[in-house]
Design a protein around this ligand. Structure first.
Ligand code: ZN
Length: 279
């Protein structure tokens, strides 16, 4: 058993099972990720607001002190786990049947989660949870960004403060919020339509925006073909028709097959071609 914990500042450390402190194995520590990357990940995983899209607002992961939480659920609900890290200690809980029998719709949230909550509370009565390293202590800078575009917020943007390592922060000002309306790039047309976020920006010229020329896709194993499709999107003033390897496609999503493919989009008086590979 070994632990890679961001709490160790991104270092891999040997782990041994013991209730008493004793001599560490001679294996040396090894850096897995930078201390700064570890601090950013901890900041994300310990943010109770960032958890809401995945878990909702009523979860077993809220504490009086800051805890970075990660859950996992294996395929077919065979088992699940939840790990919590504070500035002072780490607790991991596994839930499952020792026989390997799948459980009935039990995820890391509903299975290991409540157990983790009780375990962390119990540990915190004996050990100080301490404080997780703030990203600033590892050199991160705080930047006001637009919550929709991820670009630098301008007045009128729904804004939030996000941490970045110096040199990775966005430099461009948001141009999606324009005079009280939202104008999304064409790549987001389908998503914007589903979320009621207005019309995409219309740009002169005709081009395929998805997939992009040279894209390489991998078909995930054991996933129903219905859920492994490639979106076909073009930036165009008018209607678009699609051909793949010379065959007409009458849908906006394509079920890929392994191999190299030529995707052709035709609009009034315009043709665009990209080539992709599916592995
Ligand atoms: Zn904006």
């Amino acid at each position: 058993m070994r632990v890679i914990s961001p709490k160790c500042g991104g270092e891999w450390r040997p782990y041994d099972w013991s209730t008493e402190p004793h001599q560490r194995k001679p294996e040396p520590d090894r850096r897995i990720v930078s201390a700064a990357a570890a601090a950013l990940v901890l900041d994300i995983l310990s943010d109770p607001v960032a958890r809401m899209p995945g878990f909702g607002s009523d979860t077993p992961f809220d504490f009086a002190f800051r805890v970075a939480i990660k859950t996992g659920t294996s395929r077919h609900f065979t088992d699940n786990w939840a790990v919590g890290t504070t500035g002072g200690f780490t607790v991991a809980v596994w839930a499952g049947n020792f026989s390997g029998q799948p459980m009935k719709q039990v995820s890391g949230l509903t299975g290991a989660g409540p157990l983790l909550h009780r375990a962390i509370q119990a540990v915190a009565e004996r050990y100080d949870p301490g404080a997780l390293p703030p990203p600033r202590s590892e050199g991160a800078v705080a930047v006001r960004i637009c919550r929709l575009s991820g670009l630098r917020a301008i007045p009128g943007c729904p804004a939030m403060t996000e941490w970045f390592m110096p040199g990775t922060e966005p430099v461009r000002a948001c141009d999606w919020h324009q005079g009280g309306r939202v104008a999304l790039p064409a790549e987001y047309a389908e998503w914007a339509g589903q979320n009621g976020l207005g019309e995409p920006i219309r740009v002169a010229g005709f081009r395929i925006v998805a997939p992009l020329d040279g894209d390489v896709y991998r078909i995930p194993p054991q996933i129903d073909a219905r859920y492994a499709t490639i979106a076909l999107r073009a930036e165009s003033e008018g209607p678009v028709r699609w051909w793949i390897d010379g065959q007409p496609i009458h849908a906006e999503r394509w079920v890929p097959s392994p191999g190299k493919h030529e995707i052709r989009a035709v609009s009034i008086g315009d043709t665009a071609v990209v080539r992709i590979e599916v592995r």
